[in-house]
Design a protein around this ligand. Structure first.
Ligand SMILES: *Cc1c(COP(=O)(O)O)cnc(C)c1O
Length: 436
């Protein structure tokens, strides 16, 4: 019996009925090798697998578990509504309260429509931008991930990057033809694209601080530059804050950086944190654009489970915990973790870059600055894999890909930090042993 025998058994069963054994590709460990751990419970900062091993969790369901797993306030709120049915397919008070809370935090979100995944939110935002402008082209940045809608699967980050896929088969040339992909942080490329295609551009979609190719903060003035070009050319700006929204501040990247730079995106997409771990996402923005949606307008969008009481309650209860104090605490924890990892990798002589956007951060296994996707792809993913496995073997769970951000939760304890500090030197040495 190895210490992962039960995970292996479950994975063998999974492989017979689920492609790759997983419901979402990054979970499969494809780029780091080995068997994914099958998780059965979580509490606060920790998760436990089917073999009874416990891990300090830096994945947090890829963001939603910002307050920690099984937070008593969230459980209590969800229990209270669950006993009164899971879904009605009719409007309910909780979705109204959550929409009000989102609009209160992000004033540029004058209207909010709920969906069940970030993918759907982006699909709807793109459709709205095209309807509002009567144009078809969407400009995106390589390495940004906007979910798996056809037109967004061109040079995408996250799992697409992890698996080394450029584009996805099954996406028609037609969908791709309406998407222009340029490098992030490339001022001249954005200017050029508007110069060439201005009258056809419906929108620019961007993660304001990309976190799906590892974390790549925008160069000073870059997002403003994009914003101003969209104003000059009457195109929309879509902020995909599915990752950063309600994660890096009470009002996401917008609240932390955009407002003071006077950047007002037309549309936003949210997900992850707003569902507190249940399937929930949203598209929001300018009233005149949002009101093009059916039933007011003719842009169609719908969802059987959209805005259901359980998910919106989990979201509301989670946001209630997401106070300014919580974000300040997360910032400190992120700095602390960043400092510990930097120290360990430096001591072991492993080339690395620590990059952050608020409390989201990642480590690139390269010594050159990473400003875009091709910089990110130049890192040593084998060194990352060795680092990852040494951490996992010793009870620290980080995302199984060099192209993903780490997620801190408010539940991390000083003991968790000590444990991380104790394990890091060994993981850094494992990375150092990988031959360049
Ligand atoms: C996770 C993510 C998505 C996709 O959301 P899903 O709920 O996984 O469909 C879209 N955009 C960004 C920026 C994301 O991080």
């Amino acid at each position: 019996m190895t210490q992962t025998a039960n995970s292996r058994t479950w994975h063998e069963r999974a492989l017979r009925v689920i492609p790759g054994g997983v419901s979402s590709p990054v979970r499969a460990f494809a780029s780091v090798g080995g068997t994914p751990r099958y998780m059965v419970s979580g509490s606060g900062s920790r998760v436990t697998d089917v073999d009874g091993r416990s891990y300090v969790d830096f994945i947090g369901s890829w963001g939603p578990m910002i307050a920690g797993h099984a937070h008593p306030d969230v459980i209590e709120a969800v229990h209270a509504v669950m006993g009164k049915s899971f879904s009605f397919g009719a409007p309910g008070p909780h979705e109204v309260e959550l929409a009000e809370e989102i609009a209160r935090r992000v004033p540029a979100c004058e209207r909010v429509r709920f969906v069940s995944s970030g993918t759907e939110a982006v699909m709807t935002a793109v459709r709205l931008a095209r309807a509002a402008t009567g144009r078809s082209l969407i400009v995106k940045f390589s390495g940004c991930y906007h979910g798996h809608a056809d037109s967004m699967l061109v040079s995408a980050g996250s799992g697409v990057a992890t698996l080394g896929l450029r584009n996805s088969p099954g996406v028609t040339d037609g969908s791709v033809a309406d998407t222009v992909v340029i490098p992030f942080n490339d001022f001249a490329a954005v200017t050029h694209v508007f110069h060439e295609f201005g009258p056809s551009i419906a929108a620019v979609i961007t993660e304001p601080a990309p976190a799906n190719m590892g974390v790549v903060p925008p160069d000073s003035g870059f997002v403003k530059h994009v914003y101003e070009l969209t104003r000059q050319h009457h195109a929309l700006l879509i902020f995909d804050e599915v990752m950063t929204g309600f994660r890096i501040s009470a009002a996401g990247w917008y609240g932390k950086f955009a407002r003071e730079e006077e950047i007002e995106p037309d549309l936003f997409t949210f997900g992850k944190v707003i569902g507190g771990g249940l399937p929930l996402a949203a598209v929001g923005g300018r009233a005149d654009v949002m009101e093009l949606l059916a039933p007011l307008g003719s842009v169609y969008q719908a969802g059987t489970l959209s805005g259901n009481p359980v998910a919106t309650t989990a979201g509301l209860a989670t946001l209630a915990l997401c106070t300014d104090e919580l974000y300040a605490h997360l910032d400190r924890r992120a700095d602390e973790v960043g400092g510990l990892v930097t120290h360990a990798l430096s001591t072991a002589g492993v080339p690395h870059r620590h990059q952050a956007a608020g409390n989201l951060f990642s480590f690139f296994f390269t010594d050159k600055p990473v400003r875009n996707f091709s910089d990110a792809q130049a890192q040593d993913t084998r060194a990352f894999a060795a680092f990852f496995h040494a951490l996992l073997e010793n009870g620290i769970s980080i995302p199984p890909s060099a192209f993903e951000a780490w997620f801190v939760s408010a539940a991390l304890t000083d003991d968790d930090m000590s444990e991380l500090e104790r394990v890091l030197p060994l993981a850094a040495r494992a990375a150092a042993r990988v031959e360049a």
